[in-house]
Design a protein around this ligand. Structure first.
Ligand SMILES: Nc1ncnc2c1ncn2[C@@H]1O[C@H](COP(=O)(O)OP(=O)(O)OP(=O)(O)O)[C@@H](O)[C@H]1O
Ligand SMILES: [Mg+2]
Length: 442
């Protein structure tokens, strides 16, 4: 009788399922604007916590622990925190929202939509750090990918599942080139990670480069430079996770990351804040070690038949061969496209410097005739560049060397082949036909 009464009573109160749960919270013991230390907490790395109360509340992520203290990094802006502010875990950020629900959307580093189109509904989940794959699951790169840029399609052919770097200084046309590729690439899905760029550029990239039909098949993860370094790294992981989930569905995905250097910068900020010793160029070892694990996640997948072709921009100002990001990117990537300031200054856009640029899989995916014509063009260009000063000074007498004569005669055609308007699309078959038509017979 009494039981019936209590059951009815509890039902009426609507708290029948109530189960007491311990509330975990700790206290902030130190804060220097970026790094925080909390005491009284035992949380796994990666947990997101709120720090403070009311209006001063911000979010922070656990990045490590030392001598019984939890180290956290601020995810928000500056905050007027007080000593001993409460620290409460609110969840693990270990998973990214993925899947078709994200198509056409723009999210930030934490996965929140920033395009004003409301919440993302019906998204799947994928671990931010990716699922570990056996190296044998990685197929070879055997199919070309049409990116709509003549010089790349014809001379630096990219394969489905290849990882390519665009190495360039600032302002030589990286964003414009990426925009051309986003619009024209023959991929099922394009995932764009805009990491550490200026906020103004993010809006500009979305409005002028990812619009219309290109937007419908694209997912953009945008984390501008003023966001916390933890969020910038999470943005890069999130973009990669989204691409991985599409690949697992068997889709041909194009992943574009602008820029890899800024991801490494974020890693540097975190590493230095944690007290890691700085080595090459102020980069702690962890910041550089992070790059291979990120890049290795792209590639083909044998079991699903899908692929992630990845294009990373790498900032390389001047001829700085010592930059550790450039160095390590060059060694892990399957090819790099170098943009040259000298060409841009001469008005040759896209300013692709063919000499040092290379696609390491081109021999596997291009036909013999195509490879032959590409080699002829490269040889003419190299001969011209070597003798350029002589020719321009008038010190070269025409007829002295047939090779140089041919290179001089071909040079306008070579430059014309590289040049392409930002709105123009040149398909792979057209680019190859044009190349073999002009340079096919030597
Ligand atoms: N294909 C092109 N045709 C004509 N002009 C171009 C082309 N590509 C680039 N430019 C010119 O170069 C300028 C810089 O290009 P872009 O913004 O793409 O450089 P960036 O390398 O992304 O620069 P940043 O390092 O600042 O991000 C453009 O504003 C434009 O004037
Ligand atoms: Mg740019």
């Amino acid at each position: 009788m009494l039981n019936t009464f209590t059951d009815d009573y509890l039902d009426g109160l609507g708290c029948r399922d109530f189960a007491p749960r311990a509330k975990v919270s700790g206290r902030l013991s130190s804060y220097d604007g970026l790094l925080m230390e909390a005491v009284g907490l035992s949380l796994p790395v990666g947990t997101v916590c709120t720090v403070g109360d009311g209006a001063t509340r911000i979010e922070a992520e656990v990045i490590g622990f030392r001598a019984g203290r939890t180290l956290m990094m601020n995810l928000g802006g500056p905050a007027a925190l007080l000593p001993n502010a409460p620290v409460r875990p609110i969840g693990s950020p270990g998973e990214a929202e993925v899947g078709a629900a994200l198509l056409g959307r723009v999210v930030d580093g934490a996965g929140k939509p920033i395009d004003g189109l409301g919440p993302v509904r019906g998204a799947g989940k994928w671990p931010l750090a990716g699922k570990l794959q056996s190296p044998l699951d990685r197929g070879r790169v055997l199919q070309p990918l049409d990116v709509g840029v003549r010089a790349i399609n014809g001379l630096l052919t990219i394969g489905q599942g290849q990882r390519v770097g665009i190495m360039a200084g600032s302002g030589v046309g990286k964003s414009v080139l990426l925009g051309m590729i986003v619009r024209a690439a023959q991929a099922d899905v394009v995932v764009v990670g805009l990491i550490g760029e200026r906020s103004r550029e993010v809006a500009d990239f979305l409005e002028t480069k990812v619009f219309g039909a290109a937007r419908a098949r694209a997912v953009v993860v945008a984390v501008p430079a003023n966001h916390s370094p933890v969020l910038r790294i999470r943005g890069a992981l999130r973009a990669t996770a989204i691409a991985e989930a599409f690949r697992a569905e068997g889709k041909q995905v194009l992943l574009i990351m602008d820029s890899l250097t800024r991801v490494a910068h974020a890693g540097r900020e975190i590493g230095l804040a944690l007290g890691e010793p700085a080595s090459a160029r102020g980069y702690p070892p962890s910041a550089i070690a992070m790059l291979p694990s990120l890049i290795e996640r792209a590639g083909t997948c044998v079991s699903s038949g899908g692929s992630i072709t990845a294009i990373y921009t790498v900032l390389a100002d001047g001829d700085d061969g010592n930059d550790p990001v450039v160095d390590s990117a060059r060694s892990i990537l399957d090819g790099h496209i170098v943009l040259s300031r000298a060409l841009a200054e001469r008005g040759v856009y896209p300013a692709i410097d063919l000499g040092p640029s290379v696609s390491r899989v081109m021999t596997d995916i291009a036909t013999k005739d195509h490879l032959y014509a590409a080699r002829v063009l490269r040889r003419h260009l190299a001969t011209y560049e070597e003798n350029r000063d002589l020719v321009l000074m008038g010190a070269y007498r025409p007829g002295a060397d047939p090779e140089i004569d041919a290179a001089i005669a071909c040079h306008p055609a070579v430059m014309e082949y590289v040049r392409q308007g930002a709105d123009e699309i040149v398909t792979l078959p057209d680019a190859v036909a044009e190349l073999t038509g002009v340079f096919g017979d030597g």
